[in-house]
Each structure stands twice: as structure tokens, then as C-alpha cells.
Design a binder for this molecule. Structure first.
Ligand code: CP
Ligand code: NVA
Length: 301
């Protein structure tokens, strides 16, 4: 356990050098078993394929045991308040991970926990995704400094953490969303405060022109399924297809946090094409989960 208790609720809870350190730790070939004899407790209010599996596997790779609980079992704030659950699980595991609807819930867990709390996705943020995204960009392009990342689509949790992470590492972040689905001014300020650049474009084509990375995510996130039909119509001009990708730099890579709604936010040709890095990105979720746990638990700060 490090000297000071750290949580990861949003990517800028870390400094730029700490993010770089986590990316380096993620690529360690023989990580120390910092979780031997203990483990992590993972709470899920929403479904997950990548997050649950990647954190569970990372825990095992560090010698630990993961315990995963769906909200139906623990009833956060219905059976027992978030604060009491944090106090409880602090005594069982070396870290707590939580995927929640309201971001405030991970803040409440962190405030009452005596072990690190990791946000595994809230309606506001997806910092563990951003770590995997940054590692994937570094591996694909060989650098992060000055790289231009164009996010096309819904300015959601994934986009926000990506933007904040890119800016923190001195990258250029560009974004284009349909009217009414873009970032709030406070989000743009938080992204810009990282030190990189952030530019908002009215149309997707302008946003991706000459960019190094094209990124998109679902047009409707978990909890927004009822808006599916309406959102499909609104977002149609923000689909990443072969023509849009061709407007990026010829060496550009395509990224998506997954799960993909194939044919909506991106075509099969893009998702499965030569510029796509979606599977490297998904697999990097496990490597960066391991790097993050090492950083949080091994005094790597
Ligand atoms: N990208 C991501 O977090 O995927 P899951 O929802 O499957 O965990
Ligand atoms: N924006 C998506 C990301 C899923 C990993 C959601 O919140 O459902």
C-alpha cells in the first residue's frame, strides 16, 4: 500500500507524469504480486463485458482474488448505503471498483473508503477506459505529444475522460457532436485546463480532417436505450464510415471503447478495417487495469 490513499474517479485525479508511469507499468512483463493474499471488490450497477473481465484478470495476474457483485445483490442505497458498503469492502479487499449511474455515488464510496476506489464508469466519466485509450495511441503512433485526437459523436462519459486525458498529456483534442449533444462549457473548461488544446467543430468532416486518431462511441449509452430511435436520426451525419475516415491523416487509427452498435456510430468496414485498433484497445483494458492497480497499491507514486 502506498503512503497516501489515492482514488481514480476521473483521469485528472492523476498528473501527466503519473499517467505516463501507469502506462509504463502496464507494459511491465513481470509485475510484482502486490495483491497476494488479498484482492479487489467490484460493484456493478450496469452491465459490462470488458471492464469486469479486464479488472478481474488483472487482479489475478497480480496474485489476487476478485469478488464481483451486481447491484441486485448489494442494493447500493436501497439495501445499504454507499458509505457503509465502502467501509465494509475496505476491510475485505485492497481496492474497490464501482460502475454506477450517478457519478456522485463513486465520490461517496471514495469519501468513506480506506482503500483506493476506482471509477469503472459513471454517467460522467470512464477513466480506466481513457488509460487504455492512451496506451493504445502510444503503441499505435509511437508518441502522445502533439497527437491530434478527433472524437465524433455523443459528448458522453467516454468522450469526457478521453478529452481530459488527451489534454493532460499535451495532445490536441477535437470534437464534433450534433447540436444539443456536445460538451457543457464546464467540461470544455476542464479539458482545456489540462494544458493541451481543445477545438469544437460543427461537422464531423471538419473535425477529422488530417487527424491522427478518429474516435467514436455509442449514440445512446447505458440507461438511454429509450432514446435510441430519436438519437439514431439526430446522429446520422456523425457516423464514422470509410469516407469520413479517408479525410483523416493517411496513417490515422480508428478507435472505439466498445461495445459497438455496428452500422450506427461506425460501419463494419471501419470497425474491421486496417486502420481499426479496437481489439488492441479492448485488450489494453486488462494491461492498464494491472498498471493502475500496481500504481495504486505498490506505493508507485
Ligand atoms: N468499454 C467498456 O467499458 O466496455 P464494457 O461496458 O463491456 O465494460
Ligand atoms: N458511453 C457508453 C460507454 C460504454 C462502455 C455507456 O455509458 O454506456
Amino acid at each position: 500500500m502506498g503512503a497516501s490513499l489515492r482514488h481514480l474517479l476521473e483521469i485528472d485525479d492523476l498528473s501527466a507524469s503519473e499517467v505516463r508511469r501507469i502506462l509504463d507499468l502496464s507494459e511491465l512483463s513481470d509485475p510484482p504480486e502486490v495483491l497476494a493474499g488479498t484482492g479487489v471488490v467490484l460493484l456493478f450497477e450496469k452491465p459490462s463485458a470488458r471492464t469486469r473481465t479486464s479488472v478481474e484478470m488483472a487482479t489475478v495476474q497480480l496474485g489476487g482474488h476478485p469478488v464481483t457483485l451486481r447491484n441486485e445483490e448489494v442494493g447500493i442505497d436501497t439495501r445499504e448505503c454507499a458509505e457503509d458498503l465502502a467501509r465494509l469492502f475496505s476491510g475485505y479487499g485492497a481496492a474497490i471498483g464501482a460502475r454506477v449511474f450517478e457519478h456522485h455515488k463513486v465520490e461517496r464510496l471514495a469519501a468513506s473508503s480506506s482503500v483506493p476506489v476506482i471509477n469503472l464508469l459513471s454517467d460522467e466519466a470512464h477513466p480506466v477506459q481513457a488509460l487504455a485509450d492512451l496506451l493504445t495511441i502510444r503503441q499505435s503512433l509511437g508518441r502522445l505529444d502533439g497527437v491530434s485526437v478527433s472524437y465524433v459523436g455523443d459528448a458522453n462519459n467516454v468522450a469526457r475522460s478521453l478529452g481530459i486525458g488527451c489534454s493532460l498529456l499535451g495532445m490536441q483534442f477535437r470534437v464534433s457532436s450534433p447540436p444539443g449533444f456536445g460538451f457543457r462549457p464546464a467540461d470544455l473548461e476542464r479539458i482545456a485546463s489540462g494544458g493541451g488544446t481543445v477545438e469544437v467543430f460543427e461537422d464531423a468532416l471538419s473535425a477529422v480532417s488530417g487527424a491522427d486518431v478518429i474516435y467514436t462511441d455509442a449514440w445512446y449509452s447505458m440507461g438511454q436505450e429509450a432514446e435510441q430511435v430519436e438519437r439514431r436520426a439526430v446522429f446520422a451525419d456523425w457516423r464514422v464510415d470509410e469516407a469520413l475516415l479517408a479525410a483523416a491523416d493517411p496513417g490515422a487509427v480508428f478507435m472505439h471503447c466498445l461495445p459497438a452498435h455496428r452500422g450506427d456510430e461506425a460501419t463494419d468496414g471501419v470497425l474491421d478495417g486496417p486502420q481499426s485498433r479496437i481489439w488492441t484497445q479492448a485488450h489494453n483494458r486488462m494491461h492498464t487495469a494491472r498498471g493502475l492497480l500496481l500504481f495504486l497499491l505498490d506505493g508507485e507514486d
